[in-house]
Design a protein around this ligand. Structure first.
Ligand code: NCD
Length: 316
């Protein structure tokens, strides 16, 4: 039973066995990435285009390095400076790129659903690098790999996801992934930052860190996504840190060996205390970045195996 998808648009479309297939292959890339000679040839001869319609440092760098290590020709399009500014639509841009025969298209877009729409218009593999507040599948997969390595399993864990859930595609993809694994998700945050429908997601909701972190194996902190907020969701950053910011005292409510995670970028002193973020005995934030490259290599490798081969004779 292999990974049979032609795109990676969201965790929503993945079965438990698909998730395990990506993580297992990623393990071998973790080993490769720790060697001095880091090249493999799974994407050799293929063209990967990264289209980021939103600013990104780590995700774009991670996809770029992942593609290069696997031998792809990687091109980065920073979409703020292209014809989009001249009024070209997303679809026209995609069709133009499609005509250049890319094999893998990595797309980040501020609108939920934009990446799915694009995938319908092109004939290459599309990977969602984050669309609006909808999904960010490679982030959830890298979080899962980090957790599996730290806790030895993905099943029957208590996972507290804290902070700005309402604007977070990271939270959404993780809820879907850990839902497949029969783990318990606790969402913790002020009611203004918990989305209206969350009660139907099979999660527990808390407005208090002591209650939400009790018995947690994993404490995942989220950034206040101010760029997605259009009003006053919190009284002040100081007050927010006091109630919801992760410090040593609040971490004490979780299990003694609970791990601390954050997808980045971090706002130290707002959602997380700097000393907790840097505590190598508790924080796996750097491991998350490392696992990100390996997971993206695995995802692109699996999708490349499913690329349709052009009819014979069409190759030059
Ligand atoms: C996240 C994102 O872009 O959704 N970051 C990331 O991918 N590294 C979370 C965030 O921006 O807060």
């Amino acid at each position: 039973m292999g990974f049979s998808h032609s795109h990676l648009l969201g965790i929503e479309h993945l079965k438990q066995s698909d998730i395990v297939a990506v993580l297992d292959l990623a393990e071998s890339y973790v080993d490769l990435n720790r060697r001095q000679e880091k090249h493999a040839d799974a994407l050799s001869g293929l063209t990967q285009i990264n289209m980021f319609f939103e600013n990104s440092t780590r995700t774009q760098a991670s996809f770029e390095i992942a593609g290069k290590r696997l031998g792809a020709d990687v091109m980065n399009m920073s979409m703020g400076t292209t014809s989009l500014e001249k009024g070209e639509s997303l679809i026209d841009t995609a069709l133009t790129l499609n005509a250049m025969h890319p094999d893998l298209l990595v797309v980040r877009h501020p609108h939920s659903g934009a990446v799915n729409l694009l995938a319908e218009k092109v004939n290459c593999a599309v990977l969602n690098a984050g669309d609006g507040r909808h999904e960010h599948p490679t982030q959830a997969l890298l979080d899962a790999l980090t957790i599996r390595r730290a806790r030895g399993r993905l099943h029957r864990l208590n996972i507290a996801i804290c902070g700005d859930i309402a604007h977070s595609r990271v939270a959404r993809s993780n809820i879907l992934l850990f839902g497949r694994m029969e783990s318990r998700i606790h969402l913790v945050g002020p009611s203004t930052l918990i989305p209206a429908g969350a009660a139907d997601w099979g999660v527990e909701i808390h407005e208090d860190m002591q209650e939400g972190l009790r018995g947690a194996d994993v404490v995942m902190m989220l950034r206040l996504q101010r760029e997605r907020m259009d009003g006053g969701f919190i009284p002040s950053e100081r007050e927010y840190f006091h109630r919801f910011g992760l410090d040593a005292e609040k971490l004490g409510f979780a299990k003694p060996d609970a791990i601390v995670m954050h997808p980045g970028p971090m706002n130290r002193g707002v959602e997380i205390d700097g000393t907790i973020a840097d505590d190598i005995n508790r924080s796996v934030i750097q491991e998350q970045v490392e696992m990100g490259v390996a997971v993206r290599m695995a995802a692109m490798d699996l999708l490349a195996r499913n690329l349709e081969t052009p009819p014979s004779g069409s190759a030059v």
